[in-house]
Design a protein around this ligand. Sequence first.
Ligand SMILES: N=CN[C@@H](CCC(=O)O)C(=O)O
Length: 273
Amino acid sequence: MMNATEETIDWLTIRRGAAPLLVSLPHTGTTLPDAVAARLLSRSRALKDTDWWIDRLYDFAAALDATIVHTAISRTVIDVNRDPSGASLYPGQATTGLCPTTTFDGDPLYHAGQEPDQAEIERRRDAYFAPYHAALASEIARLRGSHERIVVYDCHSIRSEVPRLFEGTLPNFNIGTNDGRSAAPELTALAEAICDASGFSRVTNGRFKGGWITRSLGDPAGGVHAIQMELACRGYMDELAGDEPAPYDADRAAPMRAVLVELLTALKDWAGR
Ligand SMILES: N=CN[C@@H](CCC(=O)O)C(=O)O
């Protein structure tokens, strides 16, 4: 029997489940506070790199009694999957920052001269980054209180082709474990086997090795196994044509969703063994 509680504080939603599985949804938010929106070149461009429909795709996680942490704030305002110091995830390579000023494609987000300054970055960090990570930390501590080990599963998606970030077409499943540091090899192998058996393509620690959430929270020796899943969008939706996404289509997403149900069930069972 599930006794989950759900708390929504304005933009932050926390579903507290009992299973040894924490699902993080850092990039599905589309909220742009007025003070930010007024300085952006266009709303559709500002939302172009949203992990479209990922919250809908993974809405079965509640039925697994997972804990689910979700921010409604757009990554364009502040990216909770970046180093809060502002350091790049991939020094020397193209990426986007803590308070990005361009899209993944390198197109500017703000009217010239309207980009956030350091004081505003700090305000956004206090307002949105810190509470998201405080929620992750306190839910991890709560779950570790009743489970010897838990899995933190950080959900993402991206267009299959973004020439500024990577060459060619991304595999369907892109597993990131910070080059093996954020999760036990056995868990990674389990995830890989399920992805590979699905017939969708897969790579581990390829172009996407895990962002700040995976890197900062993964602590296999401490019983916290973090895995980032970057889905290429074409696996569950029609790719963006222009800046606007196709609406969520449950039938289109069904084959990918079936694999994800199997995957998250297996990760949860592994943690609870
Ligand atoms: N869709 C989002 N992708 C992640 C990738 C992080 C990584 O580089 O591994 C992000 O930008 O945060």
